[in-house]
Every structure is written in structure tokens, then in C-alpha cells.
Design a protein around this ligand. Sequence first.
Ligand code: MG
Length: 167
Amino acid sequence: MFRVGMGFDVHRLVEGRELWLGGVKIDHEKGLLGHSDADVAIHALCDAMLGAANLGDIGHHFPDKDPKYKGIDSKKLLVEVNRLIDAQGYVLGNADITICCEQPKINPHIVAMQDALAWCLNCSAMNISIKATTTEKLGYTGRGEGIAAYAVVLLKKKSSDFMPYTM
Ligand code: MG
């Protein structure tokens, strides 16, 4: 049995913050603003995984008012999301992520991002696709005001006779 999910996220680019994207720290004059490390690619991926399992969204599981998540490494959130879908009897089939920004250039970091996310998900990097696009200088991503990310995932049932813990 297969289930599909999609996720979308945006964070504002500001001075004085580290830039974390796809689980990797990138040298850049600006970083993403958020309660956590604001890793927009991981947040979109988490939402896609949660959506595929019909488990709500990332804000439901990790509220941005909770001091526990202040400055948290989003890789920890991804590990927890993977545990949640595992508890429902699912495993990631594959994920396809698109990052939209003008700067920095994403391509040199894609392999490191694939490795970081695959480590969190305990899967092969072959199952994690990361793509990047500009928006041709249009809109908030085009003006460099923020970075957006989209993710689509396929979840697979671990075995046909597995009964979820909650239903
Ligand atoms: Mg977010």
C-alpha cells in the first residue's frame, strides 16, 4: 500500500542568522528566520511525510511557541517525523524536494543534503531527490526576501499484515 503527501514551507532571509538548508550549513551573508533553525527544506519534507500518513502538520507536532524547539536542529524534527510514520507502519519510499531561491546557489550542496537527510531517515540517498530553481527574480524568492521549498513523498506500508497502533 502506498500513500502520497506534499509539503510546502517558506522562511524569511535575514542578516545575523546561520543558513541551514537540507540539514547542511551553508556559508551565506543571510540565514533563515524561525523559531527552530528554520531549515525550510526539512520542514517541507516533514510536512509531506506527515501529510502522506494523515498525521497533521509540523506545527501541530512541534509548536513554535514551545521553548523546547527554540533553535532546534530540524534534523531532529525529521528523525521524530520518521519515527511517527514508522509507528503507523510506513517507511519512506522516496522524496522529491524543490528549493526555490535566487541565492545562494544550491547545486554544490545537493549531495551533502541528500546524505544528511538519508542519515536522518535511515535510507539510501538514492531515495532523496533535491532540486533547486530560481523564480526568475520574481516574487519574494526572486527578490531574495525568503526561501521556499516544496516536497513530495511516497510512503510504503512495511508489510500488508501490519496493524497500526492507532487508527
Ligand atoms: Mg518552517
